[in-house]
Every structure is written in structure tokens, then in C-alpha cells.
Design a protein around this ligand. Structure first.
Ligand SMILES: [Zn+2]
Length: 278
């Protein structure tokens, strides 16, 4: 897993260079109009120029949650993010980049925010897989070892920060993503609205698309680009862990992301083109 992560990180560095070159060659600028929340967008997406950065949540050193069968969240994040990256590229979004960060948790957050702001993509999508508060965990034995699980919740969830400087475009992409996941038959989890979640309780800002507000997340609030975090599902749920391990299910998520990116791209001028003249 560490070896594969380094390969991806190197690939990301190549993409970084390509993007910086593109930034330096930008010659025309317009003012980005912020579209109102709408599901009707004009078909004006320039896929070849639109830049999506797919962020792999956590690191090989700080792996995030553990699944019901003891597997690290980072492995789930990396696999799904790579498949989303490939899907976007095959759909014509050739400037999509995959961001793999290394190191301890807080340092990696600082690094991923800095890298995102340096690259200035049109969209940032951070990929995670969910767990539950420790108080909900139960013990079980799997393949001779004791693990913890909770089958209480299942489903994906989408988060945006009200502190993101381009909140309207973040919310717009989040809504498109939620609606596309719904179109593909996937249901979001409503449990973040419940009081028993304590300090993890969130405000559901879009009940149709399953978008929650999570202002404090650094990868959403400190980034200066439209930013959305997707918890693709609950790996602490024994059945959903198996579902998320299925290639067919991951293909549905990847397809939904690609369609949401297409929706966001259409009618949204490239932010590279919206930068002030130097
Ligand atoms: Zn996570």
C-alpha cells in the first residue's frame, strides 16, 4: 500500500507541474458569475480545460477509521479516488488530478490545503468513508480476530463548509453530486441530524440531495476553491463494507461524480480564466 501511494504521489507531482504551466500560460480573463442554485445548466462545459482535484482522505501513516473487518479507511479512500480519477479522465476531464498526501494527520491537512490552493483547481472533491462514534461500537469476531462494528447506520453523506470563500459553488457541486447519487439509486444517511450525534451533529442544508454543513473541516474551509467532502458510505457497517468493496457499487459512485462534475462544469467559467490580470 505504501509503495502504491508513492507512485500516485509522483503522478500527482507531474500533474502539478502541468497545471502550473497551464496557469502561467493563461492569457484571457473574465469575471466568474456565480450561478444560482439550479438544475438547469447550459451545455457549455469545456471538459479539456476544467480541472478537478480528487483528494484521498487521510494518509498511509494516519489511516482514518477502521472498517468492521479491520481494514484502514485510507485503503478504501485511495481505491475509490483512483477510480473516480480514471472515470473523469475517460469522460474527457483530462486535467483531473489525484492528490495523495503523506504524514501525520494535522501536518497532512496543512499540506493538502496548501497544495490545493497552489493548484487552484475548479473543484476539489475529498473522498472519505464513514464510521460512528465509539459509543455505538459493538464487538464481533471475524476470521479469528475481534473487531468492532455498528450496523446502525448506512449510506453516504456530503459535506460543505459555510466558511469556504466560494461557498455558493461548493454547495452547487454538492447538490449536483447528491442528486446524481440519488439518480443512481443510492440513499444518503440522515443520522447526522440527530441529537445523539453530539458534537458530530450537523445541519442538513439540502434534504433532497443529502448535503450537510460542516464548517470546521479544514479541507473545506481553508481551501480557496469550491470544495466538497464525500463520505462514500459506512465501512463500520458490516453489509455496507462489503457493498463498498464491490466494483459495481464503486462504478455507480464514480459515474455519479462524473455526471455531477459535468453539471458543475457547464455554466461555470474556469476559475483559472476568472483570475485577475497580472
Ligand atoms: Zn475520513
Amino acid at each position: 500500500m505504501i509503495t502504491s501511494c508513492r507512485c500516485v504521489a509522483i503522478a500527482g507531482s507531474v500533474l502539478i507541474l502541468a497545471w502550473l504551466a497551464a496557469l502561467q500560460s493563461a492569457s484571457s480573463q473574465t469575471t466568474a458569475a456565480v450561478p444560482a442554485k439550479t438544475e438547469q445548466v447550459p451545455p457549455t462545459c469545456d471538459r479539456a480545460q476544467f480541472r478537478v482535484l480528487v483528494d484521498v482522505g487521510h494518509t498511509a501513516q494516519a489511516v482514518g477509521a477502521r472498517s468492521a473487518r479491520g481494514l484502514p479507511e485510507f485503503d478504501f479512500n485511495l481505491r475509490l479516488a483512483k477510480e473516480i480519477d480514471e472515470r473523469l479522465i475517460s469522460a474527457g476531464f483530462g486535467k483531473t488530478g489525484l492528490m495523495v498526501t503523506e504524514g501525520p494527520a494535522q501536518l497532512s491537512l496543512t499540506r493538502r490545503v496548501a497544495r490545493t490552493n497552489s493548484l487552484a483547481p475548479d473543484l476539489l472533491l475529498s473522498i472519505h468513508h464513514d464510521s460512528v462514534p465509539d459509543s455505538f461500537l459493538q464487538k464481533w469476531e471475524y476470521e479469528g480476530s475481534e473487531h468492532t462494528f455498528s450496523d446502525r447506520f448506512k449510506g453516504h453523506s456530503i459535506f460543505v463548509s459555510w466558511d469556504n470563500p466560494i461557498r455558493s459553488l461548493s454547495v452547487r457541486f454538492a447538490r449536483f453530486l447528491g442528486l446524481q447519487l440519488k439518480t443512481h439509486g443510492l440513499q444518503y444517511t440522515p443520522h447526522y441530524t440527530r441529537s445523539f450525534m453530539g458534537h458530530r451533529q450537523r445541519v442538513l442544508v439540502d434534504a433532497e440531495a443529502g448535503v450537510y454543513r460542516y464548517d470546521q473541516l479544514r479541507v473545506l474551509r481553508e481551501t480557496t476553491v469550491p470544495s466538497v467532502l464525500l463520505e462514500a458510505g459506512s465501512i463500520i457497517n458490516r453489509d455496507e463494507e462489503l457493498l463498498l468493496d464491490s466494483a459495481d457499487h464503486r462504478a455507480l459512485i464514480s459515474a455519479a461524480v462524473a455526471e455531477a462534475v459535468e453539471n458543475s462544469c457547464a455554466g461555470m467559467p474556469s476559475r483559472r480564466m476568472a483570475q485577475p490580470k497580472r
